[in-house]
Design a protein around this ligand. Sequence first.
Ligand code: PLP
Length: 347
Amino acid sequence: NNYLGLSSHPEVIRAAVEALEKFGAGLSSVRFICGTQSIHKDLEEKIARFHQREDAILYASCFDANAGIFEALLTPEDAVLSDELNHASIIDGIRLCKANKYRYKHMDMQDLEAKLQDAQKHRLRLVATDGAFSMDGDIAPLREICQLAQKYDALVFIDECHATGFLGPNGRGTDELLGVMDKVTIINSTLGKALGGAAGGYTTGPKPLIDLLRQRSRPYLFSNSLPPAVVGCASKALDLLMESNAIAQSMAAKTQRFRSKMTAAGFTISGKDHPICPVMLGDARLAAVMAEDMLNRGIYVIGFSYPVVPKGKARIRVQISAVHSDEDIDRCVEAFTEVGRKHGALP
Ligand code: PLP
């Protein structure tokens, strides 16, 4: 998930080394005891600014951010409405809370509306969705979700792990891409993918919500503070993205090149406009042997089959990165074409 190639960016590495030298290997403490240094506060402020939100709170991972938010925010009088294909960490976070739970069909707005109608009897409604779904490379219909949320007085939560840094004109994410930055209330995302790829996660949104999480969110309260080197990487990655949108933008053209050339070659690529490009093959064995042959040609792609994806929907997931050259992408398409013909995936 090194979407922007920032994990090996010289300035990101230098920032990590500087933070390590200045602040040491770690804080040996949770945040509220003695694990908060200026770099943690600066990074939280920077994350909020990047997303144009009021405040942000750091976690050891986005898994933790998702595990900590629903229980802290929702009571048994509330309701949470979750896309059936949401990430495992959202599902686990929801399991931990006592709110009334609704699971709507994947990106199905009719089903979401029916569930929102039923949920009117509850005090507060929260719609939770991945901004971009990593298995299929599809993007949540956030405009429609926000319209429904407005109609039925609900809050919107998005997990932006596969969007932060590169979706939208300035890489702010799915909400920027779809023009609803002012309508999504809560964003959870990771520092472990496009933003330097080290580790860490966060929640960003209204200040009262972040204040509440600092008081109540268990993975924040009871887990060690992010190590300085990790904070240094993420902080520099955000600086680079806020200085210019050139890195974020380079992604879209490359994704388009791969998707259109593969489609022209006869492959079916799931999703739309996302650098996760699942080459749909159906058969689990075919996906495994083709991925192995691709690796033999020097191209590192992974075959996914049941239980990670539904039966009969095996695929090879290709992820395009901003550091791939056009030649890399063309070579990958050529290799897929050769390997596909060899194994009967193409005529
Ligand atoms: N949410 C989504 C959609 C993810 O893809 C991931 C990571 O795979 C996570 C949450 C967890 O992020 P982290 O690796 O920071 O725990």
